[in-house]
Ligand binder design. Structure first.
Ligand SMILES: [Zn+2]
Length: 233
């Protein structure tokens, strides 16, 4: 058995050069076996491209039949007086928007995110309608979804622009902090009371400390280089 003199990887007797680093194998005690078949293919083959359209149609069929079967089961057999199948149908619709729609129609990312948000708003509206809960829908659910959409969108925008991993992490932490603070404001407002900063302030303070550490690393070239070496970013 030979080992690569450069990277140390164990070599197959049929290998004329290291499959990892390409260093030629020269071992007078174990000449390269050129007659036996190599354990891995030498020719590179293409992986068959996934047909997006048929995958989308398959998902549509599956989700549609789940919704249909559940509504039939609900009507005919299982607790017909509780219309639970509405929620299953709504969830199936939401999963369809998230998974099948982008496969069927090519959309730019912002449109895709808007469609996802619209799906969540629609699903929550369905739950509010079935449970007569429009008060929480308008006062709590919609503001939270709007806040999530706004912050999620800005985070996605930062990610698309291919910043370094450190910058992305920093932006993520800042967005998370703002999100938690906003969440507590909304929940407090919904509960009818004054905004009293509590758990979100503690979380935001912790996040601020971590973000400050990352910011220090980012601003100091030597620390930044060390971080890059450690995390390969
Ligand atoms: Zn090697």
């Amino acid at each position: 058995m030979s080992y690569c003199v450069n990277c140390g990887v164990e070599l197959d007797p049929t290998a004329g050069s290291c499959p990892l680093c390409g260093t030629p194998v020269i071992n007078p005690n174990a000449p390269v076996d050129r007659d036996s078949p190599t354990p891995f293919p030498l020719r590179r083959r293409e992986v068959e491209p996934v047909d997006r359209r048929s995958t989308g149609l398959l998902l549509t069929g599956m989700l549609g039949s789940i919704a249909l079967c559940c509504s039939l089961l609900n009507r005919l057999a299982f607790v017909p007086h509780v219309p639970w199948s509405w929620y299953v149908a709504g969830a199936a619709g939401l999963i369809w928007i998230w998974s099948a729609l982008p496969l069927l129609i090519r959309m730019p990312l912002p449109v895709c995110l808007l469609a996802d948000l619209a799906g969540i708003i629609g699903f929550l509206a369905l739950v509010a309608w079935r449970t007569d809960g429009w008060y929480w829908y308008v006062d709590l659910a919609l503001p939270i979804v709007a806040l999530s959409g706004l912050l999620g969108g800005s985070l996605a925008y930062c990610l698309i622009r291919h910043h370094s991993r450190l910058t992305t992490l920093l932006v993520f932490l800042i967005v998370l902090g703002i999100y938690l603070l906003g969440l507590e404001v909304l929940i407090d407002r919904f509960n009818g009371g004054e905004y009293t900063p509590g758990w979100s302030l503690i979380a935001a303070a912790v996040i601020l400390v971590v973000a400050a550490i990352f910011l220090t690393v980012r601003l100091r070239p030597r620390l930044r280089a060390e971080f890059r070496r450690r995390f390969h970013s």
